[in-house]
Each structure stands twice: as structure tokens, then as C-alpha cells.
Design a protein around this ligand. Sequence first.
Ligand code: 5RP
Length: 296
Amino acid sequence: MPGPDDNKAKKEFFSDVPVKTDSSFFLKGLGSYDWGLQDRMSRIFNPKSGKSVMLAFDHGYAYGPTAGLERMDISIAPLVPYADCLMCARGALRSVIPSDSNKPVALRMTAGTTILDPKVFENECVGLSIDEAIRLNASAMAVQVCVGAKDGMERVTIDNLCQLANLGNKYGIPVLGVTAVGKELVRDERYFTLATRILAENGAHFVKTYFVEEGFENVVSACPVPIIIAGGKKMPELDALTMAYRAIDQGAAGVDMGRNVFQADDPIAMIKALCSVVHENVKPEDAFDMYKSTKK
Ligand code: 5RP
């Protein structure tokens, strides 16, 4: 089937040219949204640095008790004061997070297949009502989107995003589109440029994706709204800090990390080091020195 790029040999992302905006709102692409939505985004992203360190611990909704999340009251609750935003499912929020924590929450809104199904993440529906999101005072609604999924599942997950974007725009609650990549797809610049742009065009107010070694600045440039990166599998602490530094340096607006924080030898020292990289542009080696000296 012919594609839209067939007659153009080379793409130009102008990655070194800042996006023009007609609004003073500090986050890319969100200048024309309502006060409530901008207010919620300003709770997630620090208006001074323009960045966010989100703590993801939603794994259990599909993976059960992931290593490090067996007892979230022990592992996650102590990290809450250091995160800019919490990303979790409603069960963890209600049962583990004190309601006076005063932290913005990116609430996982979709549910469906689990780790016991090879199509985990693909066959999901919108599992939470907007009433539930409002009752839990969600600052954002997170939706998993599988661009490239087979058997109609791509359409299902884009439909979930569209439903939530409609509700989000109506009630002023931003939608976090999460790129979920099937095992058969290549995680490269080409895929993430496509997927993040598709999520933004279909209404996501910010997009979570993965860092790629080559061309990440083009992924950021082609996405009209802020991009944050997931951490992925646990790696050595210096490597995780280096990845965060490179992502921010290439235009990401933050990180939404889980395992690389709560599976670190010292999770509190790790999230502090991560904050210094993301908000203060501290070099990864210096942040790692901080990590080692803070580590218990
Ligand atoms: C899965 C998610 C998870 O929140 C995220 O991937 C978990 O973070 P990490 O990969 O850093 O453990 O969005 O789709």
C-alpha cells in the first residue's frame, strides 16, 4: 500500500529548533487547553524546571507482585515524598498511598489481559469510569496504546485513547498515552516517531515512550506534546542515570521510572539522584557519586 512518504526521500525534524508557541504555558503543545488541564499538568511537571520525575508502580495490574512491589507499603510509600507524580492503578492508590500525600497521580485507566496471556497489554478496555478518576482526584489518566498490534488490537487501544481524550478534554484531566510495544516490533527511532506522533494526534496530552540510542531527538521533535521516558528493565544505576540524562538532553520532559527506582539497591538514594539529573541537569557521573554517598 502506498504511504504518505513515498515521494519524499528524507525527513527533516528540525530537532535543534524550539517549537513555536502562541502561549506562555510552559509545556509544549498545550497552550490552547483549559485552565484546569493546564493546572493539572503544572502539578505533574515542575513549572520552574519544566520537568517531572514520575514514579511508576502500576506493574501489578497485569504482572501481579513484581519484584520490589511485593509489599508496596514497605517499598513504595517511603518513596512518595521524593516523586513529582505517582503512576499507579486504583488498587495500589487506595490501599497503600496515604490520601494526605498531596502528590499528583497519573491513574491507570485501562485493564484487560494479564501476564498469563501472550497478548498482555493489547486486549485492554477502559476499565475505570471518569467518575472514579475524579473521585480519586487524578491529575492524569494513563492509557496503554499498542501501535502496530495485530488482530484489531491496535484499533481497540487507539479507541481507548480516543474515549479518554474526549473525557479528558471535557473535564480538564490530561491523558498520558503510553506506547506499548509488541515483542515482534523493533524498538527504534522509526517505530517511536510513528507511535508517539499517533498518540499525540489522537488526543494524548503527554506521551510515555522508551529512549532509543539513535534518533531520540527526532522522536521528541516530531511529537507535538511533552514526552517522558519509561525506565524498562532494571539496569545498573549509573546506566539508568545516563539514560535519563541523555533523554532530557535530547528534549524529553521527564522520566516515569519504576523498576530502575524501586529495584535499586537504595531506592530513595536513586530517586534523589534521578531528580538531580532531571531537574538540575546534573551529569550522570556526579549524580551517581551522590547516589553512592547517600546510599545506606
Ligand atoms: C507499562 C508502563 C509501566 O508503568 C512502566 O513501563 C513501568 O516502568 P518501568 O518500565 O520503568 O519499570 O507504563 O506499560
